[in-house]
Design a binder for this molecule. Structure first.
Ligand code: KG4
Ligand code: ZN
Length: 354
């Protein structure tokens, strides 16, 4: 009797095509056998952001070569795959359709069941792929390009939102501020790099909702404050914002990052205190930010709380987290893979909603 379950996973919700093979066996944590990723960043850079139609077309081009790469790397055959998983949402409709279409076509051709996964659940469970996986329950800080949420996680599929952004996400605050400073796309990593040489106390930017008494976030005002500050400086220097001296731009970047990080850290601590938990899991692209990691580690140490992160390479979108989330759902009996290959995608989809 076959005891292992091989899950092939596809991620195509935005500008990364990710494919991965995960093996689960008995009750142990599923293991990643191989994953491959193609980032479209270079292609979208010329446009200053993701162009949905170009994204979909590029996913089509990449998805099968990446599948072959993953199978070759893992030394497994396509026919050994037991379940095919894909990101069902949220994300760009056309981009999601590529992963869903390929996964369901493969499922039908191999006569294997398929399973649609929530993209944020993938991020949420991605720290289980790290060398230091957490135990349940924990508080999760989900910080991606489109979402900022604090969640109480009691097990696979047992998620409760404690607080979330009422407007822009943390990643959006990084991206939009970076764009204002002329740093291009994607802005988060570029702003973080520039911030390394700047003074985080140079400009007093707002910390939105810091004292709101709840666990919600708001970052839209911060971006406006960055814009006002940058334009004032540019007016004084009689130049465009992008032409301000490098030190000034670095100070602006560092001050922006400090404001975002302070709010994320304080609210995460408040969530730990409110729930009485001592474990924090950070997931999503902004979780790669080193300044956030340093401040979270220091702050959590004062509460004797542990922080778990995904591997740096698995913070941003990837197929491994989708295959892993599917494998963990199946293992937990939360969901059965389906042999109905008539698929749909859910571009807008709240985690926890059915
Ligand atoms: O999770 P993700 O790959 O995609 C979504 O699901 O949205 O997150 C992408 C976001 C972008 O906003 C990007 O600028 C941000 O994560 N990001 C960072 C860093 N790396 C990625 N933000 C700050 N510092 C970083 N090092
Ligand atoms: Zn993501």
């Amino acid at each position: 009797m076959k005891t292992e379950v091989l899950v092939l996973g596809y991620e195509s919700s935005c500008d990364e095509t990710g494919v991965a093979l995960v093996r689960s066996c008995g009750d142990g944590l599923p293991q990643l056998l191989a994953h491959a990723l193609h980032s479209q960043i270079e292609m979208h850079q010329a446009y200053g952001g993701v162009v949905p139609e170009l994204a979909s077309r590029d996913h089509i081009r990449r998805v099968l070569p990446l599948t072959k790469q993953v199978l070759a790397q893992s030394g497994r055959e396509l026919t050994e795959v037991d379940v095919v998983a894909f990101t069902r949402g949220p994300g760009l409709a056309g981009a999601l359709l590529v992963g869903a279409g390929v996964a369901c076509a493969l499922g039908a051709a191999l006569a294997r069941p398929v399973l649609g996964v929530h993209h944020l659940e993938g991020h949420l469970l991605s720290p289980f792929l790290s060398a230091d996986p957490p135990d349940f329950p924990f508080v999760a800080l989900l910080v991606s390009g489109g979402h900022t949420q604090l969640m109480r996680v009691d097990g696979v599929g047992l998620y409760r939102v404690l607080g979330e952004t009422i407007d822009d996400a943390a990643g959006e605050a990084f991206d939009k501020s970076a764009k204002l400073l002329g740093l291009g796309y994607p802005g988060g990593p570029a702003l973080a790099r520039l911030a390394e040489r700047g003074n985080p106390g140079a400009f007093n930017l707002p910390r939105p909702l810091l004292k709101s008494g709840d666990l919600d976030f708001s970052f839209a005002g911060l971006k406006t404050a960055v814009m006002v500050q940058a334009r004032k400086l540019a007016l004084g220097a009689n130049c465009a914002v992008e032409s301000l001296p490098g030190e000034v731009l670095a100070d602006l970047a560092a001050s922006t990052q400090a404001a975002i990080v302070e709010v994320l850290v304080k609210k995460s601590l408040a969530a730990l205190e409110e729930t009485g938990m001592h474990r924090l899991v950070v997931a999503g692209g902004v979780g790669a930010n080193q300044c956030l990691r340093q401040h979270l580690n220091a702050a959590c140490a004062t509460l004797r709380a542990r922080v778990h992160y995904p591997e740096l390479s698995l913070c941003t979108d990837n197929g491994a987290m989708i295959a892993m989330a599917a494998a963990m759902r199946l293992q937990a009996g939360q969901q059965r893979a389906s042999a109905d290959y008539a698929f749909d995608v859910r571009p807008r989809w709240a985690l926890g909603a059915t």
